[in-house]
Structures are given as structure tokens and as C-alpha cells.
Design a binder for this molecule. Sequence first.
Ligand SMILES: Nc1ncnc2c1ncn2[C@@H]1O[C@H](COP(=O)(O)OP(=O)(O)OP(=O)(O)O)[C@@H](O)[C@H]1O
Ligand SMILES: [Mg+2]
Length: 499
Amino acid sequence: MSDLPSIFGSTVATFAVVYSTATMVFVYTVARQHFPQHLVDGVEKYGRKLVNFAFPYSQITFPEFTDAYMRRSEAFTAIQNYLSEKSSASANRLKADALKDSRSLVLSMDYNEEIADEFDGIKVWWTSNRNIPRSMQISLYPAVDEKYYKLTFHNRHKKHIIESYLPKVMEDGKAIGQVNRLRKLYSNNPSKHWNGFNPKWSHVAFEHPASFDTLAMAAKRKDEIINDLNAFKEGKEDYERIGKPWKRGYLLSGPPGTGKSTMIAAMANYLQYDVYDLELTTIKDNTELRRLLIDTSSKSILVIEDIDCSLDIMNERESKKRKIKEDDDLDPISKEVKKETEETTESKVTLSGVLNCIDGLWSSCGGERIIVFTTNYPEKLDQALIRRGRMDKYIEMSYCCFEAFKVLAKNYLKIDSHLLFAEIGELLGKTNMTPADVAENLIPVFRDENVETRMNRLIEALKAAKEGEGEGEGASRPKEKRKRGCNIRINKREKRNIR
Ligand SMILES: Nc1ncnc2c1ncn2[C@@H]1O[C@H](COP(=O)(O)OP(=O)(O)OP(=O)(O)O)[C@@H](O)[C@H]1O
Ligand SMILES: [Mg+2]
């Protein structure tokens, strides 16, 4: 029985335990009737020693449900994830479960299977089992099997198992669950609908296919962003050491169709994070904003798109001045009506409210969060928003360069090179066209449309855009805004502020 619990070992042990326990119960019952209390206590103490001698192993049970409301125990789920990898290698009979919020099947050992695990040279055994409900109680919840995992280990390792092994199992299990889980895209509900049944955020599965492989941009800039994300993800200890909340702010700017939203999706997929898409216009005031932000989880990206036009918060001071002047021109009744309309329809979220919430939230509610603001007009942004330490990285996305086109050609045409590439490259160097417009021309108009036709369509579109720009009329992009050569650039401020 030294290195034991296989099912057979357990059976022998169980027999030994049952036998010694039965003997003890008999002796104890007789002793209680005929002998004084101190002798009875002695019998009990030695009885326990005898049982321990016959089976010097401790067992911990982890039931699936924590309470009568059938809430799934976090520990059970973590163990299931932890054991899923080990059981698929060593257990003979496996069970496949489609866990809630998991995107793949989780394989776990079937009932009465046992697998051994080793930790710091200590052997432990996990078994899976279930209690079949026998009671006929009337309950709101249907009777279901109570599954449980049982961990068996030698008594002498109890402390180490409880203090070191089990926390490791929980941590590893949660990490596996994190990778397997179905990620979510949350959007905030209008506050008038918030109540016990309607939460602040609704969610759908986040299934955006964008990745850094399919994102059209220069490889060097792509690597730079990926390295930045890696440094953030692996930087927990660094952030702790310097006493900074574990968060990072990105500001994505660029004309419509340059890939800002696609970049956010690629980031979320790369980091395996959830996405919270915060619509500022539906939020009544700063208090509501704070309540929403506090209700977000870690390992997430909070996105505020088009920050410059979500609300008139950028030029708060300016708009206040304008409003006072406008109000002065109105008669008292119109003033009252205007005030009422504004009170019911206008959001009172302010820039300082957004900033305070963001800083306050990240500092107080756990870590591993990224916040991304997007804008088409970076020049409109208030300095307070983009000050050092608030927005850590500024990424300017701009029109399609040749390198970005090659990525799109690979995605859409499945080619790495072609004779027409040279002409396209030359035209892209002289014309402003967004990756979205380039992609649009590369999509087949009908099934099996050939590659040349699609590239020729792009060439025509580029020529037309160039002519448009030249004439000034109908020009797709203003000349002074041209940024060619690469669709991602870092400006001087970023170079200064960002590591
Ligand atoms: N850099 C890019 N790489 C790959 N695809 C892109 C890129 N930019 C744009 N696209 C394509 O164009 C579509 C629109 O892009 P996206 O929504 O990301 O632009 P945006 O910058 O967020 O625009 P807006 O400012 O209007 O929100 C995407 O669905 C994608 O197919
Ligand atoms: Mg967008």
C-alpha cells in the first residue's frame, strides 16, 4: 500500500478501512455502555489511529455544485480543465462535455476512472464519481447526478498538497479554461433597462476572424505592436514592482476604413480577451459610466470608438461657452423647453468623468485590461485625454501602402506576387486609398472571378482616385492628408512619450 491508490488498491484499502471501522464501532458501542468516559475516549483515539494505520491517506472531495441553487463550483471546473489534458493521455474511458461558455469540447475521465498525478515528487490520485439522487423531494430544480472529483494523497504530504499543489491545479485549470472559453463582445444597455433581470452589459460570442496575420500593415510596425502586447501580457510582475495598475491605453487614429476596428479585433484575438464596446452616447452621467466600468472583468479590452464625436466632450469648455451665448438669444419659454429636452436626451458624461473613471477603475478593479480609443480626427482630441501615462501608445493608421496591399493580396487572392503588383505599387505610392477600399476591389464580384480581373479593377479604381485627387473635385482624400509608404505611422509625440 506504499505507492498505491489504483482502483484495486483502493478496494483493498476500503476493505481494510471498513473492517477496522466496523470493529471499532463495535468496541466503542460496548465500551460506552460498560466503561467510564476516559476509557471510552481512549478507545476512540486508538480507533482513529488504527484506521489511519490501515489507510494512511487523506481524501478531499470537490463536488460539482456549491449550493442548492446548482451553481457550478469554480474549483470543480478548474479541476476538470486541469485533468482534461492529463486524462486524455492516461484514462481509458473519457467523457466529452460541452461546458457553458467553452468553445470546444472538454474531455474528462469517465466515472470511476482514476488518474495519477505527480507534484514535487509526491504522487496523488484523482478519481471521478457521482452520487445518483435518491430523494423524491419537490424542488424547483430537476434532480441531477451530483458529480465530484476526489483527490487522494498520503497523510504526510497533506500540508504541501493543500498549500502548494491545489493552488497550482486551480491556477493551471483556470488558465486552460481561459484559452478554451468562448470570448464575448459586450455592449452597454441603456440604464433605464438595468434591473435584476437585465444586466448593464449584453453580450454575444466574439467571433471576429481578424488576426495580425490578416491585418494589412507593414511587418515592422505589426511586430512592434505585437511586442508591445506581449510585454503587457507578461508584465504583471513589472507593473506590480513599479506600483502601476496593470493596464495599457492605446489610441488608434486614422481615416475611416484604415483598419482601426480590425486592429482591435486582432488584438483581442491575439490576447484572448473579451471586448467591451462602450457606447458613450447612451450613458446618462458620470455615475452611470462608473457603474458600467466597474462591472467589467479583467482580461478585457474596453473600446470607446470615435471618442471625438461620441459626445461633445472634447471641447467641453468651448461648447459650454457656445451654449451660454445661444441661450442668451432665446426667449424664456423656448429656454425652458430647450432645457427640458436636453435633460431627457443629452448625455451628461464629461471628459473629466471618462478620465476619472478610467484611472479610478483601472487602479481599483484588478488588472490586465486594455483601453482603446479610436478617432478619425486626432487633432480634435483634448490634451488631457492623450497625456502621458493615460494613452500609452499612439497608433496612427493611414492609407494602404504596397506592403499592406501584399497582405491583402495574400488574404483575398491567395498570391504573393504577380506582374501587376509593380503597377499597383506605383499607383498606391501616388494615391490615397484605404485598405477597406483596396479590399473591396479585390473581393470577387461573382464566384471564381479570376485574379487578373480583380487586380485590374483595383488598378482602375486607383487611377480614378488619382484623377479625382488631381482635379480636386470628388477627390477621395485631401492631398495634404496623404500618408503613403506605410499605413501605420508613429508621430513625434509617440516617439517621445512611448517606450
Ligand atoms: N489594415 C487592414 N487590414 C485588413 N483589412 C482591413 C484593414 N483596414 C480595413 N480593412 C477592411 O476594411 C473593413 C473596414 O475596416 P475597419 O472597420 O477596421 O475600419 P475603421 O478604421 O475602423 O473605420 P471607421 O473609422 O469607419 O470605424 C474591414 O472589415 C476590413 O475588411
Ligand atoms: Mg471602426
